[in-house]
Design a protein. Structure first.
Length: 398
């Protein structure tokens, strides 16, 4: 069953004329606070100026110079707190330039043209053979940067599909799985080999370390944290990442009629909004603190309310019961039951550090993305991957 109609774009693509009009609003600031606010430091005024002059390939190449995953970042970046949040238009009480949608315009024009050629870079002093473990944004960025500089890169992925969080974990109304996989194909077109269904344990990692000149670990975070409540193994419970992955990658999509989401981060918001889109008549988010304490961005919270998600603050789950979920109000100690047929915990993920710890301090191994930063944005992982690629080249004198 196709679910595309249930998840229209949160920020629809510009038409060609709309993009030119918006690009011409830009002041092309010489000090570019938008560029400074971007973790990958895309030259924002430069690419927008090229859009204004209808040079879409030039705009795309400018973006790729800084960020090879510019397509997904244009869709999933929290631009409100990054580039657009830094836009000087705020000083004049005007709406910021819609940088994310302009970046999407350049990226999709490049893709739709069938173009995959980037400007040629100098041949390396020596060709390295590099392995990347995991195929999320950090590994894809590292692999792509190395490959376009003439090095041989193999990416090992445990799951059936490549792309990591972009494929399995981002809300569909932000980034469709098909678009994530299309971006993976672009990285492959640079010369990267991706091997799926290859889980790597410590022994295999050691073997890879002997076969390759350098190894980048971009494994992301581990499993969702436990709620620590009674009957947590009840089938009524599915963690948020599994829930999002199922509706994005499986043909049969089911959700509860009355759904409870536990947590108040961006992943919790994504799961709650998806449940509403998939047909739940009632979705309630529970959080042990107040709205002011939630880790989700303000615009994500607003989006959830717009989708019809309800919120209960200063509430903790206690146990699964026949009718749904028994909870306690933290301030009063009052217990009550929320009727539901699906419970989605989204209270954070454990660190996935076993492999990293096994090779800690060894010069051949590098790491980045959520594995090392604890779970930040896709664009931060992309920046980590690029830095690692350049470090691998520098330290191997290639």
């Amino acid at each position: 069953m196709s679910i595309a109609h249930l998840f229209p774009d949160l920020h629809p693509a510009f038409t060609p004329q709309e993009a030119i009009v918006e690009a011409n609003r830009c002041l092309f600031c010489y000090d570019a606070p938008c560029t400074a606010a971007c973790p990958t430091h895309i030259d924002v005024p430069r690419f927008i100026k090229k859009i204004a002059s209808s040079n879409l390939r030039g705009a795309a190449v400018t973006i790729f110079d800084a960020n090879l995953l510019g397509a997904s970042c244009s869709r999933v970046c929290p631009v409100e707190v990054l580039c657009e949040g830094a836009c000087v238009m705020h000083r004049y009480n005007r709406e910021p330039i819609e940088i994310g949608r302009l970046q999407r315009r350049a990226m999709e024009a490049f893709r739709d043209s069938g173009d995959t050629e980037l400007p040629e870079l100098p041949a390396p002093a020596k060709q390295l053979k590099v392995a990347c473990i995991g195929s999320g944004p950090a590994s894809l960025s590292c692999a792509g940067e190395l490959a376009r500089r003439g090095h041989r890169v193999t990416v090992f992925e445990a799951k059936p599909l490549p792309g990591g969080l972009n494929t399995y974990g981002v809300a569909e109304y932000k980034l469709r799985t098909s678009d994530a996989l299309r971006e993976v194909q672009f990285i492959e077109s640079l010369g990267v080999e991706i091997r799926c269904n290859e889980a790597i344990d410590e022994g295999r990692l050691r073997q890879i370390g002997e076969e390759y000149d350098a190894v980048f670990l971009g494994l992301g975070l581990g499993r969702m944290d436990s709620l620590g409540i009674e009957r947590e193994d009840d089938p009524i419970i599915i963690d948020a990442l599994k829930y999002i992955a199922k509706y994005k990658t499986e043909s049969e999509v089911k959700t509860g009629d009355k759904v409870v989401v536990i947590g108040a981060g961006n992943t919790a918001i994504d799961a709650a909004a998806a449940a509403r889109r998939l047909g739940a008549s009632e979705v309630t988010m529970l959080y042990r603190r107040t709205a002011a304490d939630m880790s989700a961005f303000v615009f994500e919270y607003s989006h959830a309310k717009h989708e019809g998600v309800g919120f209960q603050w200063k509430v903790k789950p206690v146990r699964v019961v026949a009718a749904g979920l028994e909870c306690i109000r933290i301030e009063t100690g009052e217990t009550f039951t929320i009727e539901c047929d699906l419970i989605i915990p989204a209270i954070g993920q454990s660190k996935n550090t076993e492999l990293l710890e096994s090779v800690k301090g060894e010069a051949k191994f590098y790491a980045g993305g959520d594995l090392t930063n604890g779970g930040r944005e896709v664009v931060d992982a992309v920046a980590d991957g690029k830095r690692a690629a350049l470090k691998i080249i520098e330290e191997n004198h290639a």
